[in-house]
Design a protein around this ligand. Structure first.
Ligand code: ADP
Ligand code: MG
Length: 307
C-alpha cells in the first residue's frame, strides 16, 4: 500500500496506535502535546514548512521568517496557552545568499519580540529543498489548556476573523494576479490569535486553529470530542475575495483563525468579546455539515492533506 492510499491522517493514526497510553501527558491528537511541570503544564508543537509545498519559490524571506514562527504560535493559541521558547531548524542550499538568511532571521526574530518568545536553539543542515522546521514551547496553568476533545452537544461554535483570505491570497500568488495585497498578506503573514484565545478561554470547551481549512479542522474537533458540528452558511464570515468560491474558502487552509466551542450559557459574554462570530453549534453525530437555506452544502475533497 502506498502512502497516498493511507493518507496523512491515516499515517498519523498508525503512529498513534503503536504508542503506549499514559494519563501523565497528552500526546498525539491535539494542536500541542501537554506535559505536566509542577503547578504548570508545558505545551509543545513542531511545524515544518517546505518549499513548493507550503510556500512558492521566491517567497519574500522576511515574511517567510515571520510565518515560520507565527504558525507555531497559532498552535499554542489553539490550546489557550502562552508561547515562551522556540527552536529553529533550517535546511538550506549552499548557493543561498546570506542576505536571504539575514532577512529570514529578521522576520523570525521580529515575531519573537512581538510575542515575547526566546529562540533557544535549533539545527542547521544542507538541502536542495528549502525546509524550515520550528518547535515551540508554551506554558499554561496546570489543567487549563483547551483541547480538541472537550466539545459537548449543545455548545455553540464561534470563529475569529475571516475565512478564506489565505486561500484567496495563495490563489492570487500562484496565478500571478496583480494587486490583491491584502489577501496575499493574509497568506504570507498570518497573525497568531494568542490574545483572542486568552480572552475567550474561560468559556471554551474545545478549540483548534484553522490550518487545514475550516471544515477539516472542525472535523478534528468532531473526532476528538465524539460529536458533530453544524455550521450555518449565512453566519460564516467569508473573505471578500471574488475570484475564489465560498466553497473553496471553506476548504482552503492556512487561515490560522481559531474555532472555539463554548457552553451556550455564555453566548452573551462571547458576543461582547472583540473578534468572534458565532457560526454554528455542536450536535449529535460525527460529521461537519454546512446548512445553506436549510439545505446541506456538498463539499467534496475538502481540506488540505499532504497525501
Ligand atoms: P496541526 O495542523 O495543528 O499542526 P497536525 O495535523 O500537523 O496538527 O498533527 C495532528 C497531530 O498529529 C498532532 O498532535 C501532531 O503532534 C501529531 N503528528 C503529526 N505528525 C506526526 C508524526 N510524524 N509523528 C508523531 N506525531 C505526529
Ligand atoms: Mg493546529
Amino acid at each position: 500500500m502506498k502512502l497516498e492510499e493511507l493518507g496523512e491522517f491515516g499515517l498519523i493514526e498508525k503512529i498513534r496506535k503503536g504508542l503506549p497510553k499514559s494519563d501523565d501527558f497528552l500526546g498525539i491528537g491535539d494542536d500541542c502535546a501537554v506535559i505536566p511541570c509542577g503547578d504548570k503544564e508545558l505545551l509543545v508543537s513542531v511545524d515544518t514548512l517546505v518549499e513548493d509545498v507550503h510556500f512558492l519559490k521566491n517567497t519574500d524571506p522576511y515574511l517567510l521568517g515571520r510565518k515560520s514562527l507565527s504558525v507555531n504560535l497559532s498552535d499554542v493559541a489553539a490550546m489557550a496557552g502562552v508561547p515562551k521558547w522556540a527552536f529553529l531548524s533550517l535546511s538550506l542550499d549552499k548557493d543561498r545568499n546570506i542576505s536571504w538568511v539575514d532577512l529570514f532571521l529578521k522576520g523570525f526574530l521580529d515575531v519573537t519580540k512581538e510575542f515575547n518568545v526566546f529562540l533557544l536553539g535549533g539545527d542547521t543542515t544542507s538541502s536542495e529543498v528549502l525546509t524550515v522546521s520550528v518547535t515551540i514551547i508554551g506554558e499554561n496553568k496546570k489543567g487549563s489548556s483547551i483541547k480538541r476533545s472537550g466539545a459537548k452537544v449543545g455548545d455553540l461554535v464561534a470563529v475569529t476573523g475571516k475565512i478564506g483570505c489565505s486561500f484567496a491570497g495563495f490563489s492570487a500568488l500562484k496565478n500571478g494576479l496583480k494587486g490583491n495585497d491584502k489577501f496575499k498578506l493574509a497568506h504570507l503573514n498570518p497573525y497568531p490569535k494568542i490574545m483572542e484565545a486568552l480572552s475567550i478561554k474561560e468559556y471554551v470547551t474545545a478549540m483548534i486553529d484553522v490550518s487545514d481549512g475550516l471544515i477539516q479542522d472542525c472535523s478534528h474537533i468532531c473526532e476528538e470530542s465524539g460529536v458533530g458540528i453544524r455550521l450555518y452558511w449565512e453566519r460564516i464570515p467569508f473573505c471578500y475575495a471574488d475570484f475564489v468560491s465560498k466553497e473553496e474558502m471553506l476548504c482552503g487552509g492556512e487561515d490560522y483563525e481559531l474555532v472555539v466551542c463554548f457552553d451556550r450559557r455564555f453566548e452573551e459574554k462571547v458576543k461582547e468579546l472583540d473578534g468572534f462570530n458565532i457560526i454554528g453549534e455542536v450536535v449529535e453525530g460525527s460529521n461537519v455539515s454546512v446548512l445553506k437555506d436549510g439545505e446541506n452544502v456538498e463539499l467534496n475533497n475538502c481540506g488540505f492533506k499532504h497525501f
